[in-house]
Design a protein around this ligand. Structure first.
Ligand code: CP3
Length: 350
């Protein structure tokens, strides 16, 4: 039986004492769940799921019906913003995201509109309102957006790529174009997250999946600085200032100290760094989220329980821990192993 708890995540984000650490999983709703695959087949495609609030609500709640998770995450995608800017997003089977148009010139950037959230992206706040109505305060709801740099990667490349060479070339060859694009995305992302907050999300998270591809100097200049501006915008607006912000840059553990200065409330950490070492480096000022390897979920329930125990022992009794993976759940992950992870975190509950 799931025993929902609506305070653990929010307390951990404030670095307050909790009975056991909160746990949720990036991509907790998705293809490893047969009920997700069934609903997607019924909807026809992934974008229809995102753009139909009733379906997005159903998918958001699916993992909570199976596991004792401490948060729901809005079912959507980081590429809804460029889609609303008119780039023509589609998801091809086995290919991932694909845009009809891509960004090559300053003119391309200048012609991009900043979408009106309640209008062109209205299905997102609508889904948030519907999910909150269904959740009835059982667990907090996390809203999210991609970081400006990560979203720019897809807009410049036009599709997924293993190292986003076209976007990285632009950082060297035409930094003025990249800077203009990031500035526009920074404004659009602020408005988008504000829209989600006004519709009722309890926490927001910025996914910077590709920050770790950049040189250290370019990480600070292009990835971190644009996230920092989003954080500063939300923290200085009285209607959004109270909402905790989680910042996650994958493959960017060398930048933890700089990220800790961003104004965010929590940092997502991947599996390339020990969580206790990360805490020593950032100090007791910010909450940490992570950092089990998604590949661990292909081992056995026993090994997963041991890995969770090791993580909790290594962390000790400090406040400010959110247990999660270091990146999203892989699509063929065995469900019983996800169950083992979540229950191992909560085992000590009295
Ligand atoms: O965490 C959750 O449960 C919420 C849902 C969520 C999705 N995408 C659903 C999704 C979130 C938070 C995202 C974020 C996202 N989207 C990121 C950042 C986090 C990360 O995983 O790195 C990125 C880079 C994207 C862009 C994107 N969306 C790609 C590259 C792909 C294709 C790759 C893949 O995994 O298939 C998607 C599609 C996508 N987004 C799926 C889901 C459940 C799979 C779609 C399907 O085939 O049903």
């Amino acid at each position: 039986m799931t025993q929902y708890n609506n305070t653990r995540l929010l307390k951990a984000l404030k670095r307050q004492t909790v009975d056991v650490p909160p746990v949720w999983l990036m991509r907790q709703a998705g293809r490893y769940l047969p009920e997700y695959r069934a609903l997607r087949a019924k909807a026809g495609d992934f974008l229809t799921l995102c753009q139909t609030p009733q379906l997005a609500t159903e998918v958001t709640l699916q993992p909570l019906q199976r596991f004792d998770l401490d948060a729901a995450i809005l079912f959507s995608d980081i590429l809804t913003i460029p889609h609303a800017m008119g780039l023509g997003l589609s998801f091809e089977e086995g290919e991932g995201p694909c845009f009809k148009k891509r960004i090559e010139t300053l003119r391309d950037v200048k012609s991009l509109p900043i979408p009106e959230v309640e209008d062109e992206l209205g299905y997102v706040p609508e889904a948030v309102r519907m999910i909150q109505h269904e959740l009835q305060g059982r667990v907090p709801l996390i809203g999210f957006a991609g970081s400006p740099w990560t979203v720019a990667c897809y807009m410049i490349e036009g599709r997924s790529h293993k190292n986003f060479i076209t976007a990285r070339k632009m950082a060297h060859q035409a930094p003025e174009i990249l800077t203009a694009l990031l500035e526009k995305l920074m404004k659009a992302t602020t408005a988008y997250l504000k829209g989600q907050i006004l519709a009722g999300v309890d926490v927001v998270m910025l996914f910077d999946t590709w920050g770790g591809l950049l040189t250290p100097a370019h990480y600070e200049l292009f990835s971190l600085s644009s996230m920092q501006k989003v954080v500063a915008n939300l923290k200085s607006d009285p209607s959004t200032a109270h909402i905790p912000i989680i910042l996650f840059s994958k493959g960017a553990a060398i930048h933890l100290e700089a990220m800790a200065q961003s104004g965010a409330d929590a940092l997502g950490v991947d599996w390339t760094v020990a969580l206790s070492a990360a805490r020593e480096r950032v100090g007791a000022t910010i909450c940490l989220q992570g950092n089990l390897d998604p590949a661990l979920l292909f081992s056995t329930p026993q090994k997963i329980r041991l890995a969770v125990k090791n993580l909790l022992d290594e962390w000790g009794s400090h406040p400010g821990l959110i247990v999660n993976l270091g990146h999203g759940i892989e699509q063929d992950t065995p469900i019983e192993n996800v169950q083992a992870l979540v229950s191992a975190v909560h085992e000590k509950r009295g």
